[in-house]
Design a binder for this molecule. Structure first.
Ligand SMILES: NC(=O)C1=CN([C@@H]2O[C@H](COP(=O)(O)OP(=O)(O)OC[C@H]3O[C@@H](n4cnc5c(N)ncnc54)[C@H](O)[C@@H]3O)[C@@H](O)[C@H]2O)C=CC1
Ligand SMILES: O=P(O)(O)OC[C@H]1O[C@](O)(CO)[C@@H](O)[C@@H]1O
Length: 541
């Protein structure tokens, strides 16, 4: 069986294998999309194929829209070459249920693919679509770092500097490309559009707006574009930048899933790693549960995505939901499991949830320390959301998600995932920051992790992190089994406001964390022992 438009015409074989097919004519929808494009999506990676394209497929199944999404890739062109073209833009979505069953579906809602490359013929095609009055949405899953125009020292990064010099004709950076395309739309007729960041970080729409505005102002300063463009860009009835909260765990494609698909008789299911390090396959494996909450600001209209489960609401509500997910009910628990999972040599998040100590630790962090400071967002219930994370999502044994993937860039996540809760305890009259027990234990665990030695005393590879080298230099003099070696070495880390959003000594937690840390480095097996002591549990490993 081949995953192509021709291949899926062999309906009986796909059905026999239990694979759901689009109930609409994929080619007809692609043709209508060409005539009347409504939705471009930048960032043709896994979450797009596993979540966003599914939403549009749902509307197509229900007859609530007549067009598909056009995938745009502006960074890793190999994705298009290797997993779009050979499969006629189709993909296989494999939902991993907790009982081991797979729900597999061919996604046909991606109607075309385009390279956002000014040196390719596709650029003219992209400009034509972008200037079409029918276009309602340009959305983005391009990773958080793609929104940065400047480096750590506050200087424009090289490609941005060049784009600013050269103007909107042939930009290289994604933000300059978007600005150039929006400018074309302005020149053509000042048509309205929504630019929707679906990347996973706080204030995503505002950050996209800020970056596009910066490039605009630089080009205006140089007289390269009309000044009036700024009025168009900053008029929300013309160009909007809604805030969003996106939640679905979409791990990298797994070999196990590939083998299962091949077992059904599907050919060419190879997983590839591109030269830009994207790990992608013709299939996407993901959990079933997902949430998407979007500020309802679409000046040129939008598909009725509420019929596919998307929650449309006001800005304040999106902010509250996002805060609930990222600062208390999901991501702090994920980071906790990432740190201790690496130290205790677990290979999946689900295995960790079978360890009574780790399960209890995330329960303490979620229910006891996080929930009291959550502001109820109304549209989702925090306690129920947390229960679902702890009881259903993380323990799913079929989700191939690893502590190492989640441990990536932890230094960038500490302030929002733990610092925000600590700040709330400080501000609230009825709560006492020094009553916090488990968040400080996780922070101590992170310092222990940075030593690059697992709980057995063996060297372990740490996940990429932009501050890794600097952080490691602070723990390099500390030795496992030698409590005296701790001295003042942790002080520069724990007092760093950039990392935690506050100085942990100033709020009275620094010494507590140092004491936990001393217990965690007491010798081989000390991590397990410390968890047992504070959680009154029996660790599995
Ligand atoms: N995978 C997940 O579970 C979830 C991911 N997200 C968001 O989506 C983002 C992407 O995730 P995936 O699609 O799973 O990753 P992926 O690795 O499969 O794809 C990444 C995409 O971003 C593009 N990209 C990377 N750097 C870029 C740059 N500098 N400029 C322009 N484009 C760039 C790549 O070309 C690719 O299209 C995440 O960073 C996150 O913000 C949100 C919720 C869940
Ligand atoms: O890499 P991060 O930001 O820790 O997120 C981990 C995972 O949890 C999620 O936040 C769940 O929605 C996803 O974005 C991601 O798969």
């Amino acid at each position: 069986m081949l995953l192509t438009r021709e291949g899926i015409k062999d309906i009986d074989r796909w059905r026999h294998a239990g694979i759901k097919l689009p109930n609409y004519d994929v080619e007809k929808i692609a043709e209508k999309t060409k005539q009347n494009p409504t939705w471009l999506h930048f960032g043709a990676g896994n979450i797009f194929r596993g979540f966003i394209a599914l939403l549009q497929q749902d509307l197509l199944h229900k007859g609530l829209t007549e067009t598909g999404i056009i995938a745009v890739e502006s960074y890793d062109y190999e994705i298009i070459e290797k997993v779009y073209i050979p499969y006629d833009n189709l993909s296989l979505l494999v939902i991993m249920h907790a009982d081991g069953t797979l729900e597999t579906e061919v996604i046909g809602s991606i109607s075309d693919k385009i390279l956002a490359d000014p040196w390719s013929q596709d650029w003219t095609k992209l400009k034509n679509i972008f200037t079409n009055p029918s276009l309602q949405i340009a959305s983005f899953t391009i990773t958080e770092k793609a929104y940065n125009l400047k480096d750590f020292s506050g200087e424009y990064i090289k490609e941005v500097k060049e784009d600013i010099q050269k103007g909107p004709e042939k930009p290289r950076n994604i933000i300059s490309k978007i600005t150039s395309l929006v400018y074309e739309r302005y020149l053509k007729g000042k048509y309205p559009i929504a630019l929707v960041s679906l990347d996973n970080f706080s204030g995503n729409g505002e950050r996209l707006f800020g970056s596009v505005k910066t490039i605009t102002e630089e080009w205006i300063k140089k007289g390269m574009i009309e000044e009036k463009f700024l009025d168009y860009l900053t008029n929300p009835s013309k160009v909007s930048f809604p805030l969003t909260m996106i939640d679905k765990i979409v791990p990298r494609p797994s070999e196990e899933v590939k083998k299962k698909l091949e077992g059904f008789g599907i050919e060419k299911m190879d997983i590839i790693k591109t030269s830009k390090n994207t790990v992608i396959a013709p299939f996407v494996n993901a959990e079933k549960i997902h949430y998407l909450v979007i500020e309802d600001k679409f000046p040129n209209g939008r598909p009725p995505l509420e019929e596919a489960g998307v929650i449309f609401t006001d800005k304040e509500t999106v902010e509250k939901v996002e805060r609930m997910k990222v600062t208390t009910c999901l991501n702090p628990l994920h980071t906790t499991l990432a740190i201790f999972g690496c130290l205790l040599n677990y290979s999946t998040i689900a295995e960790e949830m079978e360890d009574p100590c780790l399960k209890k630790l995330v329960e303490k962090i979620g229910y006891d320390e996080g929930l009291p400071v959550v502001v109820h967002p109304g549209v989702l219930d925090p306690k129920e959301f947390l229960r679902e994370v702890i009881e259903i999502r993380f323990p799913n044994p079929y989700m191939p998600d690893t502590p190492q993937r989640i441990a990536t860039d932890t230094s960038q996540k500490m302030a929002i995932r733990f610092g925000e809760t600590i700040k709330s305890y400080e501000q609230r009259e009825d709560l006492n920051v020094t009553d916090l027990k488990y968040i400080p234990l996780v922070i101590a665990g992170w310092c222990r992790y940075l030593m690059g030695v697992d709980d057995e005393g063996r060297p372990m590879t740490l996940s990429p992190d932009p501050l890794l080298e600097d952080l490691r230099s602070h723990v390099s003099n500390i030795k496992l089994g030698d409590i005296e070696s701790v001295k003042d070495n942790l002080r520069p880390v724990l007092s760093n406001k950039h990392i935690f959003g506050l100085n942990l000594y100033e709020v009275g937690l620094g010494e507590k964390i140092e004491n936990y840390f001393k217990e965690l480095i007491a010798g081989a097996g000390a991590v397990k022992k410390t968890l047992r002591k504070y959680l009154e549990c029996e660790a599995d490993k």
